[in-house]
Design a protein around this ligand. Structure first.
Ligand SMILES: NC(=O)c1ccc[n+]([C@@H]2O[C@H](COP(=O)([O-])OP(=O)(O)OC[C@H]3O[C@@H](n4cnc5c(N)ncnc54)[C@H](OP(=O)(O)O)[C@@H]3O)[C@@H](O)[C@H]2O)c1
Length: 417
């Protein structure tokens, strides 16, 4: 039974990215917040994923999840929001159970639910999210098994359909939107943040001959590394407030959950220049204070504004989505069986240890005196026989359990025929 799997999620399909941004847990608080959530709701395992177009809480709980979970979770992670706002966001969240939750996860991993359908970035994000949550001791066997199967499902979708062929990415769309603002090749570009997303953006800059780039980042080494790929300069994040050389384009993307480019910082970065600037903000939530856009002449590019282009991309891939859907349905059935087998395996996992303990008790305690009186050759023969018995006794229940699983499989496939 897959009933223990649940997903609570808010995605670009149901809410603007600004709303999704409100649910992103600030970096440093993430492990503590997630541990508190897990304890508060009695979940056995938890995985939290935040990308530019969704926030996902995937959890395993044998107890059913109640319908008011969205609002209860929001109270925990966004206590600063008013009750009215919490209710409005909760209304947009989806709570999925069992096979529906598994299906959704497969769709996310196969990029069927992405803003840009077919982009493979999501597989990396999922893998990294799993590794992080695992390192925080939030996951266990149920999510380990599901994650492994999910990644395999995604690989099958990408290899057996053309969904990922010539796929665009959010970053590619943003770069193309930036170019359309007519930015000259020698434009002064300030890249704020040196994470995965800006590193990808930098590749487009380099490929298209933009070299006049200054990278700002909290960790200077990462800025230096990225700047080197562009033949640009690197400066620490704090240097932004004293930067006085002006700019033509700002590309901002960090993991901060509040604006890092405030109106005051923007004014200072302008260095008295009045020309129209290009501002690209790829962060969710936005890292550029929106007042800047209304108070200054700006070509503003953010992920929300790329949704229309992304939808055109979706229309081209409709046939491949259907093929991927078939793969997903087949994989859900396969996962159901795998999960069942794994439960049998786990239920029997203690048997070898218990049989060994019986043998040792017999030799050392129950028949300890008699055993000690035997000569060496008799003791060796006795131990050989007991070891043989131990091996055979362990195998009996394992064999029986496998036969039960096999009978179950055969009767299911007979029903399907
Ligand atoms: N991955 C994607 O495909 C994708 C696509 C579009 C948008 N996004 C969005 O891009 C943002 C960043 O994602 P990412 O994958 O690039 O993250 P990432 O690889 O973890 O990098 C995060 C970057 O943000 C910096 N940073 C984090 N917290 C900060 C703070 N409070 N103040 C200043 N700098 C801070 C980090 O600096 P240090 O190096 O010093 O830690 C690092 O440069 C997220 O909002 C994400 O939703 C991601």
């Amino acid at each position: 039974m897959l009933d223990g799997y649940h997903i609570l999620t808010l995605t670009h399909r149901d809410a603007p990215l600004e709303t999704i941004g409100q649910l992103v847990i600030p970096g440093d608080n993430t492990p503590a917040t997630l541990r508190a959530l897990k304890a508060r709701f009695g979940w056995e395992e938890l995985l939290y994923l935040s990308t530019c177009n969704r926030v996902v809480f995937l959890f395993y709980s044998a107890a059913p999840a109640s319908d008011d979970l969205p609002v209860s979770v929001l109270k925990e992670i966004c206590p600063h929001l008013s009750e009215q706002v919490q209710d409005a966001i909760a209304d947009k969240m989806r709570l999925l159970h069992g096979a529906e939750a598994v299906r959704h996860l497969f769709e996310v991993a196969g990029s069927l639910d992405s803003l840009v359908v077919g982009e493979r970035e999501i597989v990396r994000q999922l893998r990294e999210a799993y590794d992080r949550n695992h390192a925080w001791h939030l996951t266990g066997d149920h999510l380990r098994l599901l994650m492994r199967f999910t990644i395999e499902t995604a690989k099958e979708i990408y290899s057996q359909t053309a969904i990922g062929e010539k796929a665009l990415s959010v970053v590619a769309l943003a770069f193309s939107a930036m170019q359309k603002t007519g930015l000259a090749k020698d434009a002064r570009i300030l890249l704020i943040g040196a994470g995965q997303t800006n590193a990808l953006f930098a590749k487009f800059l380099a490929k298209n001959g933009y070299r006049n780039v200054t990278v700002f980042n909290r960790t200077l080494e990462k800025a230096e590394h990225l700047a080197a790929t562009l033949g640009g300069r690197a400066l620490p994040f704090d240097a932004l407030e004293h930067y006085s050389e002006g700019f033509d384009a700002l590309v901002v993307c960090t993991g901060a959950t509040q604006a890092v480019v405030t109106p005051a910082l923007y004014r200072s970065l302008l260095a008295s220049e009045t020309s129209r600037k290009t501002v690209v903000d790829l962060s969710v939530p936005n890292n550029v204070d929106k007042r800047i856009v209304s108070e200054h002449p700006v070509h503003f590019v953010e992920i929300e504004s790329l949704k229309t282009v992304a939808n055109e991309n979706l229309a081209h891939r409709e046939r491949e989505r259907l093929k991927a859907g078939d793969i997903i349905e087949r994989r859900i059935l396969a996962y159901r069986e795998l999960w069942h087998e794994r439960q049998v395996e786990r239920a029997l996992a203690h048997i070898p240890d218990e049989v060994r303990a019986v043998k040792e008790r017999a030799v050392n305690e129950v028949f300890g005196k008699e055993f000690a009186e035997l000569d060496n050759a008799a003791q060796a023969l006795m131990l050989k026989m007991l070891n043989y018995m131990e091996k055979k006794c362990v195998a009996i229940p394992m064999k029986a359990a496998k036969a039960v699983v096999l009978r179950g499989k055969n009767s299911k496939s007979a029903k399907l025929v």
